[in-house]
Design a protein. Structure first.
Length: 377
């Protein structure tokens, strides 16, 4: 027994225990060379179950807190995952515990990053968060006072987003997409329209007739008015049976994080083909903005999750059918890519605890009665 004890002591002296906890608490700061210098701060603190948690700040890009998904510590190796922006930092802690030297990776571009423990004298100031934007009152009925609609410039890519001042800006957007946005329908729920409904693309800038940022519901109604005024859109509704996907909660329950930072704000969606960061979204909004663009068929919400708002990340491998114009995806990665995420159906179940099942259902469709190309500005 004595020999065994001496052997264990000797091994511990040679290799260390590997489990000695490091004190990471406080701010660590460094400069990321990303075309221009970006100052980064990572604040470590003890979270649930005495594990390390963190928040990240890019103080030259507004300085708003970015939640860190996980902090992994293994000896002197530190890994930080920031799913909200699709980034990771992997570094080594110096022997004196004052420096982490490593690499920041976001997308496919790794960049060197050294984080230094800040002191009272060296700490960078984190900017105060900007005040929340002024909102148009919830009971108001705004309209677009001025709207510029022009054929898309060559080389323009699709986007649609509200600005901080409340304007709606869209580029390379078809009338079919504007209808989809305004009325929350899948493209298959729009019938009898002319061919150019999908093929003609427009750049749009529209300013509300009152100061402030409209809610998503108000923005949709304003676009509905714009379509009637500038495109002379009229339609009627019918119910027909269509192939659909029913969205339900999978066995084990949903794997979603309730948004608790700005529940009254509009939802946000960011990312590229096969990867989506979702902030402050209801399931109905997620269906409208993401699923209807990603899987083709209408999606019927049967989750029962109601108006709750969530933050989550969804990563999937698009299939060939998801490379059509207007879809989020741009084609599948090579089949031999062992690290590729699963298809969207498997990804939804594994990552979100939600299940898509193919079925048929009676759904509302918009039957176009009349539409014209947009009137001059």
């Amino acid at each position: 027994m004595k020999k065994l004890l001496l052997c264990v002591v000797a091994l511990a002296a040679m290799f260390g225990t590997g489990a000695r906890a490091q004190d990471l608490s406080g701010n660590w700061q460094g400069t990321l060379k990303a075309g221009k210098d970006l100052r980064v701060i990572v604040n470590f603190y003890k979270g649930d179950k005495d594990a390390w948690s963190a928040k990240m700040y890019s103080i030259d890009q507004g300085g708003q807190a970015i939640p860190v998904t996980s902090v992994t510590e293994h000896g002197s190796s530190i890994k930080i995952s920031v799913d909200m922006i699709g980034g990771t930092f992997e570094g080594k802690l110096s022997e004196d515990g004052k420096t982490m030297t490593g690499t920041w990776t976001q997308g496919t571009q790794p960049l060197p990053l050294t984080l230094v423990r800040a002191t009272q004298e060296t700490a960078w100031e984190i900017p105060a968060p900007p005040p929340p934007p002024k909102r148009i009152p919830a009971d108001a009925n705004p309209t677009f006072e001025v709207a510029t609609i022009k054929p898309t410039q060559e080389g323009t890519h699709f986007s649609i987003h509200p600005t901080g001042s409340g304007e709606l800006v869209a580029t390379d957007a078809s009338l079919a997409y504007l209808i989809k946005f305004a009325y929350e329908v899948n493209p298959r729920q729009i019938t009898k329209g002319p061919v150019w409904l999908d093929t003609d693309k427009y750049d749009l800038t529209a300013k509300p007739d009152m100061e402030g940022q409209p809610s998503l519901k108000q923005m949709r109604v304003m676009v509905q008015k714009l379509l009637a005024d500038r495109f002379q859109l009229t339609f009627h509704r019918e119910k027909i049976e269509l192939p659909v996907y029913a969205l339900t909660v999978a066995r084990g329950g949903p794997k979603l994080t309730v948004n608790d930072t700005n529940p009254d704000g509009n939802p946000g969606y960011g990312g590229g083909p096969g990867g989506m960061r979702v902030v402050n979204s209801t399931i109905a909004e997620f269906i409208s903005f993401v699923l209807n663009d990603s899987i083709g068929l209408p999606v019927v919400d049967q989750t029962g999750l109601g108006s709750a708002r969530y933050n989550f990340i969804l990563k999937w491998t698009p299939d060939a059918s998801q490379s059509q114009p207007g879809r989020m995806a741009a084609g599948a990665p090579p089949a031999d890519n062992a690290d590729a995420p699963p298809d969207i159906f498997t990804a939804m179940q594994q990552q979100l605890g939600l299940k898509l099942e193919s079925t048929k259902a009676l759904v509302d469709v918009m039957v176009i009665d009349h539409v014209e190309k947009p009137s001059p500005n």
